[in-house]
Design a protein around this ligand. Structure first.
Ligand SMILES: Cc1cc2nc3c(=O)[nH]c(=O)nc-3n(C[C@H](O)[C@H](O)[C@H](O)COP(=O)(O)OP(=O)(O)OC[C@H]3O[C@@H](n4cnc5c(N)ncnc54)[C@H](O)[C@@H]3O)c2cc1C
Ligand code: FES
Length: 266
């Protein structure tokens, strides 16, 4: 394989619908990738967008995404044998250690967390997982993670499955149960959810994976900067709680493609 910053052109080997509007594409990509890292996916003639790795095996990697705009709609239409270009992997990935980890996912955040949960379990680390979604039709990877013996809790905003409310509120209840002791919390999802979690996790170390609008992904353009010049594509996308506590933008502002600050709706 050529340099990590040159697109590697590869064939889609398999595709599957995971839930309403959510799809996985698998493709041959022999380079090593760590849970929490991401690719730039080039859809010829359409766009290039960041996507976390959601499946990791030696030769085959996968991405799992929600159809939201032009690029993800074009990706959604691709089938086995269609071609895409991959740059990366980029970013730092999760630190996975300790005896018991609480994983908290909101929306498509479970796509980013699933390989980290599988790695934790393969290292003998007990894994409790909160999967939060707007409604039951948008829950995915529950069976995949149950098959790995993760302890799953579900929350839905509309109460159609599990706890009625946000994943952060269910996590607070779990954290308050004295018999549940966690060495760390790993989260990916909407920033207001992750910010709430940071405010309630006390002295338990937290790692959160952030999404910011990205262009170069090699630390040059500054589009993804947060706080005092931290580049989400290079120093992130995973940041620890201590760092996030000092970033005023966290959970409050993101940037649009022109670099303008936009308030994040809570
Ligand atoms: C490091 C990283 C990892 C990601 N991993 C995943 C993943 O595993 N699965 C997944 O479904 N999505 C993931 N995303 C978000 C994904 O890149 C965007 O949803 C995608 O770029 C939207 O492109 P589009 O052309 O389809 O939509 P657009 O028309 O560009 O946008 C549609 C909507 O999505 C929002 N959006 C656009 N770009 C981003 C972005 N970078 N981050 C957040 N919201 C955005 C827009 O504000 C708009 O509301 C990730 C983003 C980053 C930065
Ligand atoms: S996307 Fe260009 S510096 Fe991060």
């Amino acid at each position: 394989m050529k340099h990590v910053n040159l697109p590697y052109i590869t064939k889609i080997t398999d595709s599957r619908i995971e839930a309403r509007g959510i799809k996985t594409l698998l493709f041959r990509y022999p380079r090593a990738v760590d849970p929490g890292q991401f690719f730039m996916i080039w859809i010829p003639g359409v766009d290039e967008i960041p996507m976390s790795v959601s499946y990791i095996s030696q030769d085959i990697k996968g991405i799992t995404f929600r159809r939201v705009g032009d690029a993800t709609t074009a990706l959604y239409k691709l089938k086995p044998d269609d071609m895409i270009g991959i740059r990366g992997p980029y970013g730092n990935g999760f630190r996975i250690d300790g005896k018991h980890i609480l994983f908290v996912a909101g929306g498509t955040g479970i796509a980013t967390l699933a390989p980290a949960i599988e790695k934790a379990i393969s290292k003998g680390i007990a894994s409790t997982v909160v999967i939060g979604a707007k409604t039951y039709e948008e829950i995915f990877f529950e069976e995949r993670l149950k098959n790995h013996n993760a302890k799953i809790h579900i929350s839905t905003d509309d109460g159609s499955r599990g706890y009625k409310g946000y994943a952060s509120d269910l996590s607070k209840q779990i954290l308050n149960k004295k018999r549940e002791r966690f060495n760390s919390i790993i989260t990916c999802g909407p920033e207001p959810m992750m910010k709430k979690l940071l405010e309630t996790c006390g002295d338990i170390p937290l790692q959160a994976s952030l999404e910011r609008y990205m262009k170069c992904c090699i630390g040059l353009c500054g589009q993804c900067c947060i706080g005092e010049g931290l580049r989400v594509c290079v120093e992130g996308p995973v940041f620890d709680g201590k760092t996030l506590k000092n970033i005023e933008d966290f959970g409050v502002y993101r940037r649009d493609p022109t670099g303008r600050k936009i308030r994040i709706l809570g």
